[in-house]
Write a protein that binds this ligand. Structure first.
Ligand code: HEM
Length: 531
């Protein structure tokens, strides 16, 4: 099949002549065909029916989560090293090896819970998904702004999302349903501590961190693996909003993060992030009080230092939001040679979910769309399905040979480069949680690391949303806070008691006078240190 167009002579068409999708010039786009100028309309009215029925199909289903987003193109530039170390010691992935090597990327930032046009000021994790178009095919790093997650087993994800999304009857998000799930799932408490602090509302997409969150592996030429976590650090600094600041922005502009990203790129102020990794040897690490495969935990920086491996620059806005941002499809299964999965149970569940939902959301041939297709040759025997528009065949390939193996002119398997990584897996098949759960310890450390104004915000926001919840839920959340940190628990208990006795539930619990909390959101939102 070819897209070549013969050069037709036409005397009715200029360069700007409107046509329909059959190529027919449109001579009247203001009036449909009717019997007399007062109607009725007729059913053979092809131009009208074609136009209106395409319009009727202008939307595909929204992403079931992360529906609200913004995207941009750019590039990743490798440092050719991991901090002070040789990168090849850890991974043979080609995109990292050479200093200065550039790989094109497409990034989509998002919020999670609400729909496609929901305000960008809501308290929510932010998605940070990067597609690297590498010479070995695509690599997707599908992460969030925070470095941890609410749960550690993928089987809990649909329940968690149901509890966080609007009530199935009222269609209103309800903090009682949110806290009901969290109080009954103590592993969520560390993430709740971040989300209810100013870290739950990043000032915009340019000034937030990113993280792969889940534990992956890197594999070197010898077929040896290490565990790895990925983190993005913004060169623009980090800024988060207080609840009041977010409300002030939302009253004027509920697209502020999309606009900030688009405007910055349009005026040539290209945002940049550095990519850093933390590495652990590939074993269970019994010396740690948490499991390296548990995504509710931070890996302490003093034991597992951050090592810079490259930087990313976003320098081009999409030409069409629907084509590029809405139809973009990222997945945790999309890795290249030298990168691998770990046994992190969330990662394994996610890896099934993404391409499954994309076959439903975008269609069976979603990987043929330019935004999702690799920027290198694709040669496969897969074809058919809705909306296929080209054959992914090699030029020499005998078109009759759409199978493999074959001794005729068909496609052949690639050569294995580097030693294959073949981990040993042994154990009983069980349905059990991991042993080292340590659900509240790091939440306590995170609380103690917050600045005073961040603690005040956290407590005020928690009291505000928890005070209307069932008392059993409140008691469980207080117990988790007490387990994390004595002061955290006490302040939460006192705050809820104060709210119950008729005090304003919005009252900040600490004293903001004299601390470094800025008073004006838009001019002076709050800078934060990386954590
Ligand atoms: C078992 C847990 C999870 C499941 C089953 C899951 C599932 C999904 C699904 C179905 C989508 C919609 C994808 C689409 O329509 O293209 C999605 C989007 C997304 N998820 Fe997850 N998710 C999980 C956990 C996580 C975690 C832990 C993170 C952060 C590291 C994350 C980050 C994202 C991002 C950034 C997107 C938006 C991608 C885009 O911009 O298109 N998810 N997830």
């Amino acid at each position: 099949m070819t897209n070549e167009q013969p050069d037709f002579e036409t005397n009715i068409e200029d360069e700007d002549t409107l046509t329909n999708r059959q190529g027919h010039p449109i001579t009247n786009n203001q009036n449909m065909r009717t019997v007399g100028n007062r109607g009725p309309a007729t059913l053979e009215n092809y131009d009208f029916i074609e136009k209106i029925s395409h319009f009727d199909r202008e939307r595909v289903p929204e992403r079931v989560v992360h529906a609200r987003g913004a995207g941009a193109h750019g590039y990743f530039e490798a440092y050719g090293a991991a901090g002070d170390e040789e990168i090849s010691k850890y991974t043979r992935a080609k995109l990292f090896q050479e200093k200065g090597k550039r790989t094109p990327v497409f990034v989509r930032f998002s919020s999670v819970i609400h729909g496609g046009h929901s305000p960008e000021t809501l308290r929510d994790p932010r998605g940070f998904a990067v597609k690297f178009y590498t010479e070995d095919g695509n690599w997707d790093l599908v992460g969030n702004n925070l470095k941890i997650f609410f749960i550690r087993d993928a089987i809990k994800f649909p329940d968690m999302i149901h509890a966080f999304k609007p009530d199935p009857i009222t269609n209103i998000q309800d903090s009682e349903r949110f806290f009901d799930f969290c109080a009954s799932s103590p592993e969520t408490f560390h993430m709740v501590t971040f989300i209810y602090s100013p870290w739950g509302i990043p000032a915009n997409y340019r000034m937030m961190q990113g993280s792969g969150v889940n534990t992956y592996k890197w594999v070197n030429k010898e077929g040896e693996a290490v565990l790895v976590k990925y983190h993005w650090e913004p060169k623009q600094g980090i800024r988060n909003l207080t609840q009041a600041e977010a409300e002030e922005i939302q009253a004027k502009n509920f697209n502020h993060a999309t606009q900030d990203l688009y405007d910055a790129i349009e005026k040539g102020d290209f945002p940049e992030w550095e990519l850093l990794v933390q590495i652990m040897s590939d074993d269970e690490h019994p010396e740690l009080d948490f499991d390296p495969l548990d995504d509710t935990k931070l890996w302490p920086e003093d034991k597992f230092p951050w090592m810079a491996v490259g930087k990313m620059v976003l320098d081009r806005n999409p030409e069409d939001y629907f084509m590029e941002v809405e139809q973009a499809a990222f997945g945790t299964g999309v890795l290249v040679d030298g990168l691998d999965f770990s046994d992190d149970k969330m990662l394994q569940g996610r890896t099934f979910s993404y391409s499954d939902t994309q076959r439903h959301r975008v269609g069976a041939n979603y990987l043929q769309l330019p935004i999702n297709a690799p920027k290198k040759r694709v040669a496969t025997n897969q074809s058919g399905g809705q909306m296929q528009y080209k054959l992914d065949r090699a030029p020499f390939q005998n078109p009759h040979i759409n199978y493999e193996p074959s001794i005729l002119d068909g496609l052949k398997e690639a050569e294995q480069l580097g030693k294959e990584y073949t981990p040993m897996v042994k154990g009983n098949l069980v349905r059990e949680s991991i042993d080292r759960q340590s659900n509240t310890k790091q939440a306590g450390e995170t609380y103690r690391n917050f600045e005073q104004w961040e603690k005040n915000e956290l407590l005020a926001n928690l009291v505000n949303d928890l005070s209307s919840c069932d008392i059993r839920i409140q008691e469980k959340m207080i117990a988790l806070a007490e387990e994390a940190d004595e002061e955290y628990g006490r302040q939460l208990r006192e705050g809820l008691a104060h709210a119950k006795s008729g005090g304003s539930s919005q009252k900040p619990l600490g004293n903001r006078e004299g601390d470094d909390a800025p008073k004006n959101a838009i001019e002076n939102s709050n800078e934060a240190e990386p954590y």
